[in-house]
Design a protein around this ligand. Structure first.
Ligand code: ADP
Ligand code: NA
Length: 332
């Protein structure tokens, strides 16, 4: 039996969004100090699958660390570290490149979306990304991976790699990791059309809420967010054809730690003139303190680096023996 252990990560490929907060970080905080050992990573080696200038990478890496800390990841309760500081990730990633099949990679929808028509000219790393992600997870024998819906396919691929490795080498060494995708924020959409995922690299700043936005900006963005003219329905079924409205109700529910149904039992029958200011106030209430704390932390990068270096030592203590055993199993 494997120790109940959570691993998850965030790429420092731009500023953190409300999607990262509600779909990932807030849930990571909720899993701390309970039945799981929790390991959270700034996956900097994933960020460079698309071009990052060295200054941007350095800044974004510290910003993701600050986001974790400001939102409540406690380095005494969780292992928090940068991926590149634990070289076993790259080593196991290579071993898994030799386990995973090209056909499996060809099925990854995120690669198809990101590469688009340019598939011949993207980095080889972007293509192999899910294999490194499997290494991130399995290097700790993680049993559970909290992620947004967009990462479901990659966690399933992680299971395929673990199963093939166990089968090929006739061992029961890597666990079948379970993706944990739940709650109203598993897929936060942008504020423009409600049909595209809110993303760090989204087109316009008005379409996303950044974790570093100040109170006025958060409030303004929600008040200007696009909606239809109808009043809110009494149940979530009434939102099936109304993606912008559904997105805002789900965001409200996630911020308030409740369900969409509960939000509609309060706001059903009301118009946007009542709901949007309430959402803006709630969001400011929950997010502005985190944004303020992130800025305080970012003003002292040496302190962030010190915390992350300590986390890397702890991560290495788990990772090194698992990598060594993997090499041994494979005949190195
Ligand atoms: P991004 O997609 O913003 O570049 P990452 O790929 O680093 O972010 O993902 C970090 C975590 O945040 C993952 O668990 C991912 O599923 C989650 N996540 C990212 N965007 C969203 C979103 N819009 N809604 C819910 N979860 C999200
Ligand atoms: Na993502």
């Amino acid at each position: 039996a494997f120790t109940p252990r959570v691993f998850s990560g965030i790429k420092p490929s731009g500023g953190l969004t409300l999607g990262n907060y509600l779909g990932a970080i807030k849930r990571f905080v909720g899993m701390q100090g309970g039945e799981f050992e929790t390991i959270y990573c700034v996956v900097d080696m994933h960020a460079i699958t698309v071009w990052q200038s060295p200054e941007d990478l350095r800044h974004a890496t510290r910003e993701v660390a600050a986001g974790y800390l400001a939102a409540g990841i406690d380095p005494d309760k969780s292992i928090l570290f940068n991926q590149s500081r634990v070289s076993a990730h790259a080593e196991l990633g290579w071993l898994f490149n030799c386990v995973a099949r090209v056909g499996w990679m060809n099925r990854m929808t995120q690669f198809k979306d990101k590469a688009g028509k340019n598939a011949e000219n993207v980095s080889l790393g972007l293509y192999a990304y899910p294999s490194l992600m499997a290494a991130d997870i399995l290097l700790y024998h993680a049993t559970h991976v909290p992620v947004g819906e967009d990462q479901k396919q990659h966690v399933e691929l992680t299971r395929d790699i673990a199963n093939k490795f166990n089968h090929d080498y006739k061992v029961d060494f890597f666990p079948e990791t379970v993706p944990v995708i739940e709650g109203p924020a598993m897929r936060v959409m942008n504020l423009r059309d409600g049909t595209k995922k809110m993303s760090k690299s989204g087109e316009s700043d008005m379409e996303r809420i950044n974790m570093t936005d100040d109170a006025d900006t958060i409030s303004k963005k929600f008040k200007k967010s696009r909606t239809d003219p109808d009043v809110l329905p009494e149940t979530m079924d009434g939102l099936s054809e109304r993606p912008e409205a559904r997105n805002l109700v789900n965001i409200y529910a996630a911020l308030a730690d409740t369900t969409g149904e509960a939000v509609l039992s309060e706001f059903g029958g009301e118009g946007w003139g009542k709901f949007k200011p309430a959402l803006a106030d709630l969001a400011v209430d929950k997010l502005a303190p985190i944004s303020t704390e992130m800025k305080r932390l970012m003003a002292d990068p040496a302190e962030i680096d010190r915390i992350m270096a300590k986390g890397a030592e702890k991560a290495n203590e788990i990772a090194q023996p698992i990598l060594a055993k993997t090499f041994d199993i494979m005949g190195f």
